[in-house]
Ligand binder design. Structure first.
Ligand code: GLY
Length: 340
């Protein structure tokens, strides 16, 4: 087990990597604790969970809203949860968001822990303190930044994940490597088969290093006034693609990263050979999706955040190093319409 601590303006968050959820009592007094658990996770793993009151939720994007948060509040009140209580959220990214938001707003905020059960949540959603829900069709429109007191990463949850979920998590791990750790990038190149088959010793290491990249960035810029935007690498395009094509988040982000790599090379900030190396890595993890990039460009233009004709874009300047640049839409259009 490895313990890391994230120190931020809103608080301290202790991240325990490679710890079993069955050991949670070492860290949290369970007698005043309630859990918010994804219904599917409860079915698969509930029999191993500590004996505390459980609120199960449907962890679906369409239900990541205030009505689910209200349901959680009601159940917390019924169970006389108060300011001295503790909430544990157990599930993927949606559950972490709902549990974190409910805990950090109930009675002006109670202590909470997150136990992410998907690879994506272990390297991304459970780390960083952003909690939120969708509103009126807009993603994460209502939310806050409040760090979980504790994040417990138990790799055994990954064993029951479908392959596609593992791949989606891998897209975020590749992102972490290319923006922040050439050493992680190297591991991903060398040990693909071991990592994809979740071999202990391999998967734990890449999760640890990806978490490290995110923690370092969040520690320096918790409120996303600058550097934290680097975590959006590949996501400007990725979100636009997701809105328009029925593809997974991982595939969309992978596609977004490929376009961002092309843009980085085209602008001369990334060496062409490094660009090819990043795209080879993305390909080797099974991400290739034929998407009409001119449609993607139209989607970016329509994106609600585009108030003018310049997009804040994350480019690479080396493997493991990124920068945030204002790019005119016309330049993005050129890359989208070029044949890649
Ligand atoms: N909770 C996810 C993040 O802060 O990025």
């Amino acid at each position: 087990m490895i313990k890391k601590t994230l120190n931020t303006v809103t608080g301290e968050s202790h991240v325990y990597l490679g710890e079993s959820f069955s050991e949670i009592e070492k860290y949290i007094p369970l007698e005043r604790t309630i859990m918010v658990v994804d219904k599917e996770v409860m079915k698969l793993h509930g029999h191993t969970f500590p004996d505390v009151e459980v609120i199960t939720i449907d962890a679906e994007e369409s239900k990541k809203d205030l009505s689910t948060v209200e349901y959680v509040y009601e159940r917390m009140m019924e169970n006389e949860i108060d300011r001295d209580s503790f909430l544990i959220g157990v599930g993927g990214g949606i559950t972490c968001d709902i549990a974190g938001f409910a805990a950090s707003t109930y009675m002006r905020g109670i202590s909470f822990a997150l136990v992410p059960t998907t690879l994506l949540a272990q390297v991304d959603a459970a780390i960083g303190g952003k909690n939120g829900v969708n509103f009126k069709g807009y993603k994460n429109m209502i939310g806050n930044i409040e760090q979980p007191d504790l994040v417990l990463i138990d790799h055994s949850f990954l064993q029951t994940l479908p392959d596609e979920e593992i791949r989606t998590g891998m897209a975020e791990i590749i992102k972490a490597a290319v923006i922040g750790s050439s050493a992680l990038f190297h591991q991903l190149e060398l040990n693909k088969d071991e990592i994809m088959s979740l071999e202990p010793g391999y998967v734990d290491r890449v999760v640890r290093d990806a978490v490290d990249v995110k923690m370092r960035i969040v520690a320096r810029d918790e409120f996303e006034s600058g550097e934290r935007r680097k975590l959006n690498f590949g996501h400007t395009f990725g979100h636009a693609v997701e809105k328009n094509y029925p593809i997974t988040h991982g595939k969309a982000v992978a596609l977004g990263m490929r376009i961002s790599v092309d843009m980085s090379v085209e602008r001369g900030s990334l060496h062409a050979e490094d660009g090819r190396r990043v795209k080879r890595l993305i390909d080797s993890y099974g991400f290739s999706e034929d998407v009409d990039l001119s449609t993607v460009f139209e989607a970016i233009k329509k994106d609600k955040k585009r108030s003018d004709d310049v997009v804040k874009f994350v480019l690479l300047n080396a493997i493991g190093s990124a920068e945030i640049v204002d790019i005119p839409l016309s330049e993005i259009e050129k890359v989208c319409l070029d044949d890649h």
